[in-house]
Write a protein that binds this ligand. Structure first.
Ligand SMILES: [Zn+2]
Length: 485
């Protein structure tokens, strides 16, 4: 499926990567960079804004203070006669109290930010009645670096995109850049082999559409970002977008627009990437050459917060403002901070709305929610998948359990049966995926497979909770022994 920019130029022509008989052709023979070609980057950049930084400070200070108060209560209140019991208690009590705090905090936040069951989208259930399936689009979340693993795909994942209902377009977020340079610290980079590996999941005659706008895009500086972008685009099985002059792309033969922007960057200078900010988002929308009413606008944002399996209310409100134009009530504090950062997402004054959102960045799958909207007084549903989690992941020591899950999704798009001038989502299918690690000799593999069990938000905290309960039971047992000895 060919993609163009707003002027109708094919991406290969626009980026100057259209190579015929070894010669670069097209209207832009040299790569046009809208940002400088600097090679500098900030190794210790803060990936978050003021609001999130304040939140982190509170979390990092308040939590330890609470933990120490708990420890005092647990250590001081039970007085042991036996000095060995005193020593055991002094070691175990802090561990138990920290685990209890983490579990309590995460559970409370998951409950507070919970999305009601009746708004959750069930796989295989039509979201709307559409008169014909005219387009089918597939989504994956973050494509993370493989850390020396060979990337493979289970046939069930390949078949998801390539069965009788095969997709016309498949889109994912390539975190970081493609380079042979080494990754230091938190830098994200893929070796060039990732492109061949990714192609192995594609149905025949299909290209990947990769978003390059994320918090790791500028980890190696502007120049490396730009070089990587051109190198990927040169591969005939890839299209890329997310540079600040290519914040949205259009399907050439069907009225679909896909836009992206990142809410965060690990670097201070990130002019090269398109951004998730109120004023800019609506510009991405209005730029499109397909300015008719019957157009389907997809937003593919790099947003939200890492490692969270729930969706903060602020992001839920953003999504509603973008999808149904409803006025959102942010708290005073949120408004104060977000106004100043141009990040208070407001409904568009001209009544423009997005039709579908598929987000990424959390590295953990998040819920898929339906949002009501109206056209000509007819109600219909839109969809937001808050985060696709990690489609590929090389994690195997740090966060080897947390960062291996993702959501893959495909949607039918066509005219609403009771309002044929409006394109909407019909059937939606999604699966949870898992990166399964295996070794053979000195080779290490990660196979992206379908996760057959139910992905549970709380499951990862269960062992911490059980450990804390076990420790408290042990302390109580020691108290009993202490009293009878
Ligand atoms: Zn990210």
């Amino acid at each position: 499926m060919a993609l163009t920019n707003n002027n109708g130029d094919l991406l290969d022509n626009y980026y100057g990567t259209n190579i015929v008989n070894g010669v670069v052709t097209g209207p832009h023979p040299a790569p046009v960079s809208p940002c400088d070609q600097s090679t500098t980057f900030n190794k210790w950049g803060n990936p978050y804004d003021l609001q999130e930084t304040i939140y982190w400070i509170i979390k990092m200070i308040i939590l330890p203070i609470l933990a120490s108060i708990l420890v005092i209560f647990i250590i001081i209140l039970p007085t042991f006669e036996n000095p060995i019991f005193v020593a055991i208690n002094a070691v175990l009590a802090p561990i138990a109290s920290i685990y209890i705090l983490i579990v309590a905090r995460e559970s409370a936040r998951a409950i507070w930010n919970r999305i009601p069951n009746d708004l959750r989208v069930t796989s295989g259930t039509p979201l709307n009645d559409i008169s014909a399936v005219q387009f089918r689009i597939g989504f994956v979340g973050d494509i993370m670096m493989m850390n020396g693993h060979i990337l493979m795909f289970d046939p069930a994942v390949v078949n998801f995109f390539n069965d009788v209902n095969n997709v016309h377009l498949i889109i994912g977020n390539l975190e970081g850049i493609v380079t042979n340079d080494k990754a230091k610290g938190s830098q994200q980079r893929h070796l060039p082999v990732i492109l061949d590996e990714l192609v192995s999941v594609l149905p025949p005659n299909l290209k990947w559409t990769l978003c390059l706008s994320n918090n790791h895009s500028i980890d190696y500086g502007n120049k490396a970002f730009h070089t990587s972008l051109i190198d990927i685009q040169k591969n005939p099985q890839f299209n890329v977008f997310g540079r600040n002059d290519m914040n949205n792309v259009l399907v050439q033969t069907y009225p679909i627009s896909i836009a992206t922007g990142t809410e965060w960057s690990n670097q201070d200078t990130w002019d090269c990437t398109s951004r998730y900010r109120n004023t800019e988002l609506w510009t991405y929308y209005s730029n499109t050459r397909l300015n008719n009413f019957n157009r389907f606008n997809i937003l593919f944002p790099h947003w939200g917060y890492e490692n969270e399996r729930y969706v903060r209310k602020r992001i839920q409100k953003d999504a509603k403002a973008l999808l149904n134009g409803g006025t959102q009530t942010y708290t005073r504090y949120q408004t104060y901070i977000r106004e100043r950062l141009d990040k208070e997402i407001l409904p568009d004054q001209n009544g423009r709305k997005w039709d579908l959102i598929f987000g990424h960045h959390s590295h953990t799958p998040q819920p898929i929610m339906s949002v009501c909207d109206h056209v000509n007084d007819i109600g219909f549903n839109k969809l937001v998948a808050f985060s696709g989690g990690n489609f590929t992941s090389g994690a195997w020591i740090i966060r080897r359990k947390k960062h291996i899950y993702g959501t893959i999704m495909k949607c039918d798009i066509g005219p609403l049966t009771n309002c044929p001038t409006k394109l909407a989502v019909g059937n939606v299918e999604w699966r949870t995926t898992v990166n399964v690690r295996s070794t053979c000799g000195d080779k290490k593999y990660k196979t992206v497979s379908i996760y057959s069990r139910r992905y549970r938000t709380f499951a990862h905290y269960l062992w911490q909770f059980l450990l804390a309960v076990g420790i408290i039971a042990l302390i109580l047992l020691l108290r009993y022994l202490d009293s009878i000895l």
